[in-house]
Design a protein around this ligand. Structure first.
Ligand code: SF4
Ligand code: SF4
Length: 59
């Protein structure tokens, strides 16, 4: 299953990825983190939503 890799240095904590995630597995405090990787379905919506390209989807 593909998983998002979030670049904490690039993240501006805007919350767009968390809003876009259909599984609600991303939490944003100082930076975005995948709070519950087991529920991630690898759809890539978070990466598509990120305005600064901080999320890559890796296998
Ligand atoms: S890949 Fe899809 S399910 Fe996984 S964190 Fe991103 S938006 Fe959510
Ligand atoms: S969409 Fe990108 S910049 Fe915004 S909180 Fe998520 S990872 Fe960070």
């Amino acid at each position: 299953m593909s998983k998002p890799i979030i670049d904490a240095d690039a993240c501006i904590a805007c919350g767009a990825c968390a809003d876009a995630c259909p599984m609600d597995v991303i939490e944003v405090e100082d930076v975005a983190t995948v709070a519950n990787e087991d529920d991630c379905v690898g759809c890539g919506a978070c990466a598509d939503a990120c305005p600064v390209g901080a999320i890559e989807i890796e296998d």
